[in-house]
Design a protein around this ligand. Structure first.
Ligand SMILES: Nc1nc2c(ncn2[C@@H]2O[C@H](COP(=O)(O)OP(=O)(O)OP(=O)(O)O)[C@@H](O)[C@H]2O)c(=O)[nH]1
Ligand SMILES: [Mg+2]
Ligand SMILES: [Zn+2]
Length: 362
């Protein structure tokens, strides 16, 4: 298989030169379970373990290979096995704050061109959630595309599209019915040789169904949503990269419950470009759009030009990022202090040893 079909390109090639000289080969991570990896090389799929050094050097989970990563592997002769020696730099990265560990980054998708933000007409339709997804998507380096699934369950599709257009003016929106294959055609524009698309969204919105429909086979497990509240059953439990017959790949993800931000201000700026543009006309450069005189954002709000809930969410997400940045700064400081302390302890110890030696000589 030509790895370029799987997304291999000049960017990765350039970062691979040193590894090539060491006799390693490139591979893409397809699946992962407890640090055992399924990878795809030029010659096909392999099971790969992790080199001890990666494990030893890793400080957080983000330092481990993840689905979508390009890695340098050492092949084990005569076995369908390999060892991952290095992770190549990531071209794009969709991350959120870890749910389990509050101050850790959790990598959701890497090396993708497009993220399909999937929502469905039976899910409680939530513009604020879409805004949150968009902040993360704009920060990832990949292009967001909004997919509205289960159009068969809705009589007034146009109304919902117009609502989304308010919060995502320049994001493509596609309405589809995955089970009947309706509206799927235009999605092929984002797929194909060398391209990778990751599907994100709550459980039960139909992510796996969409991939099955595109493949034309029931490759992934799907299950009905709960009848009482339309919530999904978390059918997909592992992230997986699926190769498409027409080249390229799609990444299926487990449904996400929470989506805490792990971004800097750039994602916000893109997702709330309308507010940022207004803010340029505020009287004060550091206007918080809360109470200040001459605030162009509050003015627009009063004139009914922006949805008050959108501004509220904008402020909320901004606060969340400020808090995150403060925590990250505190963490950095704590780590630095710990490092210094270790260093001092080490010097103290070696000084004591030297003194001891001197005394013995005397
Ligand atoms: N009516 C209708 N149902 C759909 C459509 N697409 C998917 N479904 C159904 O929605 C349910 C959930 O679909 P899945 O594909 O399992 O959803 P998922 O997003 O992969 O869910 P998780 O794996 O739990 O994250 C299944 O019963 C699907 O048959 C659609 O276009 N219309
Ligand atoms: Mg699924
Ligand atoms: Zn202002």
């Amino acid at each position: 298989m030509d790895l370029r079909e799987l997304g291999w390109n000049r960017f990765f090639e350039e970062h691979f030169t040193d590894h090539k000289q060491k006799g390693l080969v490139p591979a893409r991570v397809i699946r992962e379970h407890k640090h055992i990896y399924q990878v795809h090389t030029e010659d096909g799929p392999l099971t790969a373990a992790l080199a001890g050094k990666i494990d030893y050097d890793a400080q957080t989970k983000a330092d481990y290979p993840t689905v979508g990563d390009w890695v340098a592997v050492k092949l084990i002769p005569n076995e369908d096995k390999a060892v991952i020696r290095a992770i190549l730099p990531r071209k794009s990265k969709f991350t959120r704050k870890s749910v389990a560990k509050a101050d850790e980054e959790q990598v959701i998708a890497v090396n993708i061109e497009t993220v399909f933000l999937v929502t469905a007409f039976d899910e409680d339709f939530n513009l604020r959630r879409i805004e949150r997804y968009l902040v993360l998507a704009w920060d990832s380096g990949a292009d967001p595309v909004i997919i509205l699934n289960k159009s068969d369950l809705c009589d007034d599709v146009e109304y919902y599209i117009s609502q989304i257009k308010f919060v995502a003016p320049d994001v493509p929106i596609h309405t589809i019915c995955a089970t009947e294959g309706k509206g799927i055609e235009p999605l092929f524009e984002y797929l194909g040789s060398g391209k990778t698309v990751s599907l994100l969204g709550s459980s039960g919105v139909g992510k796996s169904t969409i991939i099955n429909t595109i493949l034309g086979i029931e490759r992934l497990a799907v299950a009905p949503v709960r009848e009482d509240d339309s919530k999904g059953r978390h059918t997909t439990t592992h992230r997986e990269l699926i190769l498409l017959p027409q080249g390229g790949a799609m990444i299926d993800n487990p449904g996400m419950r929470q989506l805490h931000l792990w971004v800097d201000q750039d994602g916000i700026k893109r997702a709330f470009e309308d507010i940022e543009l207004l803010a340029e006309n505020c009287k004060f450069r550091d206007c918080t759009h809360d109470h200040e005189p001459g605030c162009a954002v509050l003015e627009a709000l009063e004139e009914g030009k922006i949805d008050p809930q959108r501004i509220e969410n904008f402020q909320k997400l901004k606060d969340e990022i400020h808090l995150l940045e403060r925590r990250q700064e505190q963490n950095r400081k704590a780590k630095e202090i710990a490092r210094q302390r270790k260093k001092i302890n080490k010097t103290n110890k070696s000084n004591k040893k030297k003194k001891k030696k001197k005394r013995k000589k005397k």
